[in-house]
Write a protein that binds this ligand. Structure first.
Ligand SMILES: Cc1ncc(C[n+]2csc(CCOP(=O)(O)OP(=O)(O)O)c2C)c(N)n1
Ligand SMILES: [Mg+2]
Length: 307
């Protein structure tokens, strides 16, 4: 069912309502979320080690966000994945290089078998280094990796939901280095101009990018003031503190439906959870060797079983 069909169909509302009824959220406790987070971090370092390539730093730093989103907030249906996501909350990953954290969370949420994580970045795998749609991996609705595009897609999807009278929300995640892309600011302007108030975008504000600290490469300045001046409601939280993150997403949800898009600036540490990877761009996109893998795993309890 396409968006076009839905918006022109007299039964569109009934279909949206019917799908909304079948979809619910899991809402796990913070203790459970922390356990999932430890396993997700193990998965990330093992996946990247397994193929000796990929992006552990941003993945580790965004683990709390993904775990909170998929196991506490999203109203979604992992078992009956639909590309159009009618009746579901949608998530778009714009900084596609942090695919390991997303793949791990999607697998634990039931989108595909956990053992498939072992194929990450291997030939013929559905788990490409940067997410694509043509392999048909459930959970992925947009290819990403070319930075800057995800907010535009999120805006389009959020508008489609409004046309279809689908009250579910759209979420997106962006890197702080990524927002140096011009397209982000076009989307930012578009979202407020069109009063896209069913969109919650988030930024992984880790202060690092591929070549060094953002302050050295191209300073981001006062992000709160910038997004506010573009007409967004702006919230901020420690993105590595699950309790704080849950509160701020709850707060963000209260800000939806009020005529403005919502931005959550998440202060994170790249590589969070593995001491020697934390706080530096050096682990943006390299794999641990055997010894480093063991050192990392020793810091991350196996809580749900390794894939
Ligand atoms: C359009 C585009 N330009 C350049 C790149 C190369 N690139 C990949 S990740 C990255 C750094 C992005 O920084 P950030 O979004 O902060 O991600 P983090 O390093 O924090 O994970 C760059 C420049 C890209 N993927 N796409
Ligand atoms: Mg960054």
């Amino acid at each position: 069912m396409t968006t076009e069909t839905l918006s022109s169909s007299s039964s569109a509302e009934t279909l949206v309502q019917a799908r909304q009824k079948t979809i619910s959220t899991v809402s796990k406790s913070t203790d459970e979320l922390k356990k999932i987070g430890s396993q997700v971090r193990r998965d990330i370092v093992r996946m990247v080690h397994g193929c000796q390539s990929g992006h552990p730093g941003g993945s580790l730093g965004c683990t709390e966000f993904f775990v909170a989103l998929y196991f506490h907030f999203l109203k979604h249906d992992a078992k009956k994945f639909t590309m159009d996501g009618v009746g579901e909350d949608l998530f778009f990953l714009s900084n596609g290089h942090i695919s390991p954290v997303w793949y791990s969370v999607l697998a634990h949420a039931g989108y595909f078998p956990k053992k498939e994580l072992a194929t990450f970045r291997k030939l013929n795998s559905r788990l490409q280094g940067h997410p694509t749609t043509h392999e048909g991996l459930p959970g992925i609705r947009m290819a990403s990796g070319s930075l800057g595009q995800g907010m535009s897609v999120a805006c389009g999807s959020a508008l489609a939901k409004k046309l279809n009278k689908d009250s579910r929300l759209v979420f997106s995640l962006h890197g702080d280095g990524e927002i140096q892309e011009g397209q982000i600011w076009e989307a930012a302007m578009f979202a407020s101009a069109h009063k896209i108030d069913n969109l919650i975008s988030t930024i992984d504000w880790n202060g690092q990018q591929i070549d060094g600290p953002t302050d050295k490469v191209m300073p981001l300045g006062d992000l709160n003031a910038k997004w506010t001046s573009f007409g967004w409601d702006v919230l901020q939280a420690n993105g590595n503190n699950i309790e704080e993150l849950i509160s701020v997403i709850e707060e963000a949800k209260k800000h939806t439906g009020k005529g403005k898009p919502v931005m959550i600036l998440m202060k994170t540490s790249m590589g969070f959870g593995v001491d020697f990877m934390a706080g530096t761009h050096k682990w943006h996109g390299i794999a641990p060797n055997d010894e480093q893998l063991q050192k990392a795993l020793a810091q991350l309890p196996e809580t749900l079983g390794d894939y």
